[in-house]
Design a protein around this ligand. Sequence first.
Ligand code: AMP
Length: 286
Amino acid sequence: MLVCPTKKEVCGAVRDWRRQGQVIGLVPTMGFLHEGHLSLVRAAQERADHVVVSIFVNPTQFGPNEDLDSYPRALEQDLKLLEDAGVAAAFTPSVPEMYGEGGKTFVEVPELGGILQGALRPGHFRGVSTVVTKLFHIVQPDIAVFGEKDYQQLAVIRQMVRDLDFPIEIVGYPTVREEDGLAMSSRNVRLTPGDRKIAPVLSRSLDLAEQAVAKGAPTAITVEDLEKTIRDCLETAPAGKIEAIDLLDARSLQPVSGPLEKPVVALLAVRFGDVLLIDQRVIAAG
Ligand code: AMP
């Protein structure tokens, strides 16, 4: 596996592969890799001849009071996992390598990036779309794989790719979970042992909502019922501070109400101490 700390090195590697007519896949990450990331890598490998994984904790997507400094990092361990997974190249830039003197240009998807997590974390999606644009230009992949766990992020990136004509296929991959249902996340290691025990309440609340739909006649259940089911379950774990329970049209991310006519996505954000956990589920009637 090539380890490329500079843009020049990764560009050079990809240029050679492209000249040979090979398909390039990209999996952007912030490192501290787990099975969720590795599933994305395998999905990319199924579609591409060479997979590049970027590891970059992107400062511009963290707010001033967020966990940039305490975000877990383990570069050597990550590189070993990627090597074992048969990744062609790891792109591991430093912040100065990525941004030079500091970028003065941004890419923004204001509508989708300004709501929900974007409203709770001002500037977050601007940081994401800008860094993903840079990664797309540096690596020039044919396909790029993102997790559905970050549902709004995936929607923002799909919109950006459509609007700005990136010649890149975006692949979404389902959320990979621990045995107790907790969505895998690099941030899970920062939970206290007590909070770690309670944290599966997010996925349990989504299971209950899904089961309620499966049980009842589809038109009998409303979006408000689902919200209540989820809230009641989350409130059984008061250590988790509910930051958001959003039930939205699964495609447009616009608010919905009343009977469950179209697929809705439930997006949850729950804070345990200073660790913000998110989870999502698309729930469809019938
Ligand atoms: P991160 O390192 O958290 O920025 O995540 C890098 C990529 O991995 C993003 O596309 C995430 O959506 C995806 N990802 C993170 N956790 C999971 C998971 N548990 N299952 C599937 N994809 C994930």
